[in-house]
Design a protein around this ligand. Sequence first.
Ligand SMILES: Cc1cc2nc3c(=O)[nH]c(=O)nc-3n(C[C@H](O)[C@H](O)[C@H](O)COP(=O)(O)OP(=O)(O)OC[C@H]3O[C@@H](n4cnc5c(N)ncnc54)[C@H](O)[C@@H]3O)c2cc1C
Length: 420
Amino acid sequence: MADARHVVVLGGGVVGVASAWFLSRSGCRVTVVERREAAGLETSFANGGLVTPSMSDPWASPEIPGMILKWIGREDSPFLVRVGALPGLASWGLKFLRQCNQADWRRNTRNILRLSTFSHERLHELVRETGVDFESNPRGTLHLFRDPLSMEKTSRTAEMLRAFGVRSRTLDPAGCATLEPALRHQVDRIAGGIHYPDDEAGDAHLFTQRLAAVCASNGVEFRYGETVRRIEADGGKFSAVRTGAGRLAADACLVALGTESAARLRPLGIRLPIYPVKGYSVTFPVGGWNDAPAVPFADDGHKAGIVRIGDRIRVAGTAEFAGRDRTLNPKRIANLRSLFLSLFPDYPERSGGDAWTGLRPMTPDGLPYLGPTPVEGLFLNTGHGHLGWTMSCGSASIVADLIRGREAGIDLTGMTLEGR
Ligand SMILES: Cc1cc2nc3c(=O)[nH]c(=O)nc-3n(C[C@H](O)[C@H](O)[C@H](O)COP(=O)(O)OP(=O)(O)OC[C@H]3O[C@@H](n4cnc5c(N)ncnc54)[C@H](O)[C@@H]3O)c2cc1C
């Protein structure tokens, strides 16, 4: 596909817009089709904001099946499977459970980490080149533990990540408070933490919107408010996209539709196991809170993060298997709110905060699908699950290279359609 001149990118989330940037930079003419009125309004809207290679261990781990059973039916569960969702979850769930063993977990971690680290480097390059300001917080991530047992379990992950080259430092409670003085009143209530200094955080939505503006000024066409209905192929070769506004022909097509990707690809015989795993966030204004934390936190036990982004604090996370339901469940929001207030009881505006829910495009092994499909000219960049912001720039640069017929920047083992 070295001569791909016009590429149509389906989806204007963080993954689609980053792809548009790398494609346009490599000389392609690019059209982005997005059903919403602007870029980044779906899952990329109010996520946790963490650019976090330190969370490269996939959800499919040896401990997860036991954890799901232990928490079954509990609204305060970090990992909640709704009974109504079970019929639609069977095939994906079996694939997920098959990955919940030590060997697959380790292999998947290594593959995710390779992509996440590469992606973080590409993000820095992109920012240097475009000047896009996404309210970056470069203070790393502090994984906090309330009890010694969970700290010990996670220390094993930290050790493995260290062996793979990820820097981290284990801290006792006093060390956590030295790193983040806002924790000084919590020293008796935490067991300690692990700080990953090379992580970063920032607003994925701001990044997506501002990068879309840069792309537009570089000639990328954005067709907002246009829904993709069908991808057309002729004799095994991509020919055009049918949208609500008509037929759009191009030399190549890149699918970056997040949780909608699988449905648009199925008629072409391409089956992707992508489940929409629901998560929530609540964003609090810092306002006049002088003691507000600056270091981003991760709470592995609650599958949540508490992240300072500019003059806001975002509490985000939890996983709910509930099909495509997007209702804002007040109990799940209350859980995030109390997670935040239990750590920072002196936050002055206790009742405020903007609640949001989004659907992660989750694959069983935690890795996205990148690159070619059996349909010539049709490419994938989708299924980034809980780390789509982290993996966006790397994935985008890889698929741009593949579409141009070039070598990808890293080994793609575990990230393509082949063998999965
Ligand atoms: C609560 C929560 C917290 C998270 N925290 C983090 C974090 O801290 N760090 C991290 O790295 N990741 C995080 N994630 C994951 C990350 O947000 C996602 O992986 C990422 O946003 C996926 O990006 P995307 O572009 O693939 O999907 P999306 O942002 O959903 O983009 C897909 C786009 O396709 C469009 N679309 C869909 N169907 C059609 C159609 N038929 N026609 C036209 N357009 C269509 C949609 O409107 C949408 O804009 C979190 C997710 C959640 C839910």
